[in-house]
Design a protein around this ligand. Structure first.
Ligand SMILES: Cc1cc2nc3c(=O)[nH]c(=O)nc-3n(C[C@H](O)[C@H](O)[C@H](O)COP(=O)(O)OP(=O)(O)OC[C@H]3O[C@@H](n4cnc5c(N)ncnc54)[C@H](O)[C@@H]3O)c2cc1C
Length: 423
């Protein structure tokens, strides 16, 4: 996006990328349908960026959901709003959009230099690259870094820029997983009935993961139409319906990603975080209790719950996994667990597996045009900046919006005109 703004303004743009081709993460996002942006109004949209909402607001106002859709349309790709309000290309593919975009950039004169890994600066201040033919130094009048975060390193963004900017005194926040999965505490198992003594979930966890029985049968299976509730230490409460999947060691997926920043922060602070799962959000607690209490005769508990409440599959399995025999036999404890099953997570999955990264270049190290205060003429954009957001199209939108804004800043730096008003 930065290259597009710069080339359109008539600047000679050279785009360097370590990989053999550009946009690999963009293409991977296409596997999930390429959620380009979100259709919600500006205020709720901006609130998704939490503590960075105020910082990003003007850039997202200048280039938010509607602008992203117009931009795609300008490249011949129509979009539609899905039932969740998320926006996708009509064909739900990334490749045609990327192809059209690269074609346009080439026509605008952008020159692509692939397999050029940026290594920092040489003594004369030129950019240093590891290229197929060896090291090359490239002097540049201005530089815009859009090197991404640190997840899915095999797609190119490996966070190797972090020490390079650190050495220059740029204020940086450590890269941390955002929108990633978690490992459950092994001590989740056997939530006890009140009479059976202490809640095992509160014991210090030593191991992570489900039982081999549960993970072998249910890893990869979705928890559908559930509600997740997490009360933070600051008194804030996250509560949302959605779905997520069980993994071999824990949980991941859209509903978990939505709460992942809070869970991650709680784990960093307390070593664990416990959320509550409502397995039947369409049923009141009273209804669940009365159905659980209903005499079941000779039926097994599983067929009783399936028949009376439609509770089956992974939902039944997770009750068996986490509740003790006594808890399962006690209707009040069982009904409470169906409506609010405590699940304790104790570890985030590694950054490389996450959808995105938190942390990166701190905004206090950047001027309002996104130029590094420590490195005049060097601008930064995209996921390498210190913001995070849930999935929903917010990641690409802010990457595009900051790319556009930094490019306007760079043009101003070159004395090539005023940035448009962001009022
Ligand atoms: C599986 C997955 C699915 C996703 N789906 C969505 C989605 O549907 N919607 C959404 O909004 N977001 C999605 N995202 C997130 C989104 O793709 C990223 O936030 C976005 O691509 C960030 O853009 P960027 O330009 O800042 O960084 P990147 O897209 O990561 O690009 C950075 C580029 O810099 C290059 N680079 C890095 N270091 C160097 C170096 N030293 N020298 C030279 N080149 C270097 C890399 O090769 C790469 O091409 C998804 C992410 C993943 C992993």
């Amino acid at each position: 996006m930065a290259a597009q703004v710069l080339a359109k303004a008539g600047v000679a743009v050279h785009l360097y990328d370590a990989m053999p081709s550009v946009g690999r993460k963009f293409l991977l996002a296409g596997k999930g349908g390429l959620n380009l942006t979100h259709s919600e109004p500006h205020e709720p949209f901006v609130s998704r960026y939490a503590e960075r909402a105020d910082t990003l607001a003007p850039w997202l106002e200048a280039f938010g959901g509607p602008a992203v859709r117009d931009w795609a349309a300008g490249l011949g790709v129509s979009t539609f709003v899905g039932s969740s309000g998320r926006v996708f290309p009509s064909d739900m593919k990334a490749a045609p959009l990327l192809r059209a975009w690269l074609h346009q950039l080439r026509q605008q004169g952008v020159q692509f230099h692939m397999r050029h890994r940026w290594l920092g600066w040489d003594e004369a201040g030129a950019l240093l690259f590891q290229a197929p033919a060896g090291r090359v130094a490239v002097p540049a009048r201005a530089v815009l870094l859009a090197l991404g975060g640190g997840s899915w390193a095999r797609l190119g963004s490996d966070g190797a820029w972090w020490p390079l900017l650190d050495q220059r005194g740029v204020p940086l926040a450590p890269l941390r997983p955002s929108n990633g999965g978690f490992e459950v505490a092994a001590s989740n198992r056997a939530v006890s009935a009140p009479s059976a003594g202490a809640d095992a979930a509160s014991a210090a966890p030593a191991l992570t993961g489900w039982t081999p029985f549960f993970s072998e049968r249910f890893a990869g299976q979705p928890f559908k139409s559930v509600a997740l509730r997490f009360a933070g230490a600051d008194g804030s409460v996250f509560e949302r319906r959605g779905e997520f999947v069980a993994t071999r060691l824990g949980v991941e997926g859209s509903l978990v990603y939505a709460v992942s920043a809070r869970l991650r922060d709680a784990i960093e602070r307390d070593g664990k975080a416990t959320f509550h799962l409502d397995l039947l959000p369409d049923h009141s607690a009273e209804r669940v209790l009365s159905e659980v209490r209903h005499p079941r005769g000779s039926r097994s508990l599983s067929s009783h719950l399936k028949g009376r409440l439609g509770l089956e599959g992974i939902k039944m399995a997770v009750l068996n996994e986490l509740l003790s025999r006594e808890a399962l036999a006690d209707p009040a404890t069982l009904a409470t667990a169906i409506k609010a099953l405590p699940i304790t997570v104790v570890a985030t999955r590694p950054l490389d597996e996450a959808i995105s990264s938190a942390g990166g270049v701190r905004f206090e190290g950047l001027d309002p045009q996104l130029m590094l205060r420590q490195c005049p003429g060097v601008f930064c954009a995209g996921e390498m900046l210190d913001w995070e957001a849930p999935t929903g199209g917010y990641l690409l939108t802010a990457s595009l919006a900051t790319g556009r804004h930094a490019a306007w800043g760079l043009l101003q730096w070159l004395g090539r005109g005023e940035a448009p008003s962001l009022a």
